[in-house]
Design a binder for this molecule. Structure first.
Ligand SMILES: Cc1cc2nc3c(=O)[nH]c(=O)nc-3n(C[C@H](O)[C@H](O)[C@H](O)COP(=O)(O)O)c2cc1C
Length: 233
């Protein structure tokens, strides 16, 4: 809240504010069994990602990325997944942002895909590493011109004086790089690849007897060896 903004009584929860304690969804009965799982968690992720897209979920590639600083203080935010394969999960951001600074101190993170309409979530835990500049540049070229300028204009996560300041920075860049002109990828912006050490597939079921199946990596990432364990819901 801004300092000069008072809390007006009308803003406080009132009779027409939904009561979260009475909100209860009944989850689908079909579950997921060990014998249904793909041998590789990437193939399993690919199946569920396809289901999420086919179900018409809005931005099924939106995931909650949680990081922590060197002291273990956590922070979370939504980020878009831009690629995945046997090497891991890739997203793009500003390297000097809060998440970028935290990942520089502590590469451990988690990714959570909240596919609520399917009563599913996938949780990836692992470590993040910056991808190569060539890979970043190749992706940056595919972004719309306006998003390319936005990546330059915004010192992500830093306090700014006003919206005007941001828009002025954008306009200056737009004058320097008119539409159609090649915009280079900013050096402070790029991708991270998350190498998973575990991937959990959660399927909501009746009576809170949900299925939770977790692939746990055994050995080096290149070995592609995983064991699967079932977790209590
Ligand atoms: C649906 C959605 C998608 C987003 N995608 C990205 C993204 O791909 N990369 C990114 O840096 N921020 C993305 N953001 C903004 C982040 O949530 C966040 O505000 C920003 O990265 C700064 O986070 P930080 O200060 O914790 O580093 C997205 C936000 C939403 C709601």
């Amino acid at each position: 809240m801004l300092q000069d903004e008072a809390v007006h009584p009308a803003d406080m929860p009132s009779a027409d504010t939904p009561d979260p304690s009475s909100m209860r969804a009944h989850y689908r009965a079909e579950g997921i069994a060990e014998h249904d799982l793909a041998a590789s968690p990437y193939d399993q992720f690919s199946r569920w990602f396809k289901d999420a897209a086919a179900a018409g979920l809005h931005e099924p590639n939106a995931m909650v990325v949680s990081t922590a600083d060197a002291a273990g203080r956590p922070s979370s935010r939504t980020v878009l997944l831009k690629a995945f394969d046997e090497r891991g999960f890739v997203f793009f951001t500003n390297y000097t942002s809060r998440k970028g600074r935290e990942l520089a101190e502590n590469p451990h993170l988690s990714l959570l895909f909240p596919w609520h309409p399917l009563a599913r979530q996938v949780i990836v835990t692992g470590t993040a590493e910056r991808i190569g500049r060539d890979e970043t540049a190749a992706y940056f070229r595919t972004r719309p011109h306006g998003s390319q300028l936005g990546a330059w204009a915004s010192e992500q996560s830093a306090p700014i004086a006003s919206r005007d300041e941001l828009e002025r920075a954008y306009e200056e860049l737009a004058a320097r790089y008119p539409e159609g002109e090649q915009v280079p990828a900013p050096p402070h912006w790029g991708g991270y690849r998350v190498t998973p050490d575990a991937i959990e597939f959660w399927q909501g079921r009746l009576n809170r007897l949900h299925d939770r199946l977790r692939y746990v990596r055994e050995g080096a990432p290149e070995a592609g060896q995983w064991r699967v364990e079932r977790l209590a819901p």
